[in-house]
Design a protein around this ligand. Structure first.
Ligand SMILES: Cc1cc2nc3c(=O)[nH]c(=O)nc-3n(C[C@H](O)[C@H](O)[C@H](O)COP(=O)(O)OP(=O)(O)OC[C@H]3O[C@@H](n4cnc5c(N)ncnc54)[C@H](O)[C@@H]3O)c2cc1C
Length: 501
């Protein structure tokens, strides 16, 4: 009889693990605490508008990327239309001046040199970095945990021409790079890009710019929930089972072997293998009561930086924004008057305009959205006082509309729907630790870090998803579900098989 696998969480990692395990003949059952699939890769409806909670870009949407085959296997490529934007981000200055990170490096170079002729050397270096990234990709077919010496040599051989490139751009932070510009507007614009992550390695900017140029980081029309539902369908078509509204309270362990799960309502389910695709902190410290940990893992949770939690302000607006270009990350705008949230004064906001996806709003109308990084403890405390929590959300929505109206006259009167989500919202719906929306921050330290998918001393148990893939993101989440299935197959002495719908 085939082995049974219980998977905790129907986010992209859990669904992916389920799909690949089903492809390989395991009987799987996913238990998800929410009412729908996707985890943070989700969307919600308000007054006829769909507020998208996730995807700006999907790395691997085009065949130039090594992730493409994973999205094919999960049914994404066959079922989605992708659009590739002309711009990554536009930073607006004063008096109509702007810096647009164009997807086309030729156009970007020309534009940057027009803005800052005195910095042509730094600009050429940057463009060279993007161009060099065009040939570069990470192998994604075999789980690194299963590499044999031959695989290591093969990978090193493939990487060799890029070693210097990787070293150079991963050592250089966005903050340091900005300081190389003599031109003050360019310096400020680059600092605005890296506002939340000044030690963000520049590799995390030049490589994605190369992906955007190669049209392999597109946006799936229909948005994040449709995307997640496609993988859920693939999973169900492969014979998988999923139970929603089923929060897992404990991983049951006998003689240091995971043997099942206990739901919050007390029901128990047994499996030969347990995979947690849920939040890492909850898994390790609550479901397993901190019994299977070592100093290294404890160190992650004590010391590593997290992606900041978000205040997410969305509006449904009775107007089109046809005059604005389509952009991956939107428009970074200066504010006339700063807005203070959780003690942090904001002088700029990044506005995402969904003028490229008409399915998210009634005809002639548009969803716009502002993502603001914030402080978890402030919101956690405020949430205990429902009146003040609600009032604070209203104040923020009012102030954001007032400021946006200065850039888009008449906007305040055209707003038909407003919705504010906070870090507490993310915790309530996805369980992510301290509201971090993407797990461990992509920083100089975590950039090359590889985390184990197993816990010390615990058999038959694995972890997948953004809490074991530093930097997070949809491709690593999907890949970790694929990789863990390879590891399980190898242990069971079975060949690893993939299929396409
Ligand atoms: C605003 C935003 C924008 C983003 N933009 C992009 C982008 O453009 N491109 C990109 O690649 N990535 C993006 N990401 C990141 C990406 O969405 C995530 O890294 C990825 O989806 C994480 O998937 P996951 O399965 O690891 O985790 P999650 O999505 O957190 O899934 C975990 C699942 O486990 C469930 N769960 C938790 N606890 C329990 C429990 N006790 N019992 C049962 N179920 C439980 C949760 O409800 C959830 O469904 C973005 C994320 C956000 C929030």
């Amino acid at each position: 009889m085939e082995k049974s696998i219980i998977i905790i969480g129907a986010g992209i990692a859990g669904l992916s693990a389920g799909c690949y395990a089903q492809m390989n003949g395991y009987n799987t059952h996913i238990f998800e605490m929410d009412t729908k699939p996707g985890g943070v890769c989700t969307a919600w409806k308000r007054k006829g508008y769909t507020i998208d909670g996730c995807i700006h870009w999907l790395v691997g949407s085009g065949p130039a990327s090594n992730f493409y085959h994973i999205w094919e296997e999960l049914g994404i490529i066959k079922n989605h239309t992708f659009i590739d934007h002309d711009e990554y981000l536009r930073i607006i200055g004063k008096e109509g001046k702007y810096f647009a990170l164009y997807s086309d490096p030729d156009r970007l170079e020309k534009h940057m040199k027009e803005l800052a002729p005195e910095d042509s050397g730094v600009i050429e270096d940057f463009i060279k970095g993007i161009r060099k990234g065009i040939g570069f990709d990470m192998p994604s077919d075999k789980a690194p945990e299963l590499y044999n010496p031959f695989d290591v040599v093969k990978m090193l051989f493939q990487m060799l021409p890029y070693m210097g490139y990787m070293r150079k751009w991963s050592k250089l932070s966005a903050g340091e790079f900005a300081s190389r510009f003599k031109n003050s507007f360019m310096r400020e614009a680059l600092l605005a890009i890296a506002e939340d992550v000044p030690d963000l390695p520049m590799l995390a900017l030049v490589m994605p710019m190369a992906w955007v140029y190669q049209k392999t980081a597109g946006y799936p029309l229909g948005g994040s929930l449709e995307f997640s539902r496609t993988i859920e369908k693939r999973y169900l078509d492969l014979g998988g089972e999923v139970s929603y509204k089923s929060p897992v309270a404990k991983v049951m362990v006998e003689n240091d072997r995971a043997v099942g799960i206990r739901l919050a309502d007390g029901t128990e389910h047994h499996g030969d293998i347990i995979i947690s695709a849920a939040d890492g902190h909850t898994t390790i410290f609550d479901m397993l009561e901190g019994k299977y940990i070592n100093d290294k893992i404890q160190g992650y949770y004590d010391n590593l930086a997290l992606f900041p939690p978000l205040v997410f302000v969305a509006f449904g607006v009775n107007r089109t924004f046809d005059e604005l270009p389509h952009s991956v990350s939107g428009f970074n705008l200066p504010l006339d008057e700063p807005i203070t949230i959780a003690g942090k004064e904001l002088s700029r906001l990044t506005l995402h305009v969904y003028n490229f996806d008409s399915s998210l709003a009634p005809e002639g109308k548009t969803v716009i959205r502002v993502m603001i990084s914030t402080v978890f403890d402030y919101w956690d405390e405020l949430y205990k006082d429902p009146e003040r929590y609600k009032a604070e959300k209203e104040r923020i929505a009012d102030q954001v509309i007032a400021q946006l109206s200065k850039h888009f006259p008449g906007l305040a009167e055209q707003v038909e729907m407003r919705d504010v989500a906070t870090p507490v919202t993310w915790v309530r719906y996805t369980g992510n630790w301290r509201g971090s929306y993407e797990g461990w921050m992509m920083g100089a330290e975590s950039f090359r870090m590889r985390m184990s998918k197993t816990l010390p001393g615990l058999e038959n148990f694995y972890m997948v998803g953004q809490w074991v893939e530093p930097g997070g993101g949809l491709p690593p989440a999907a890949m970790s579900g694929r990789n863990v299935t390879q590891i399980i197959c190898k242990k069971d002495k079975k060949p690893f098989i993939t299929t396409r719908p």
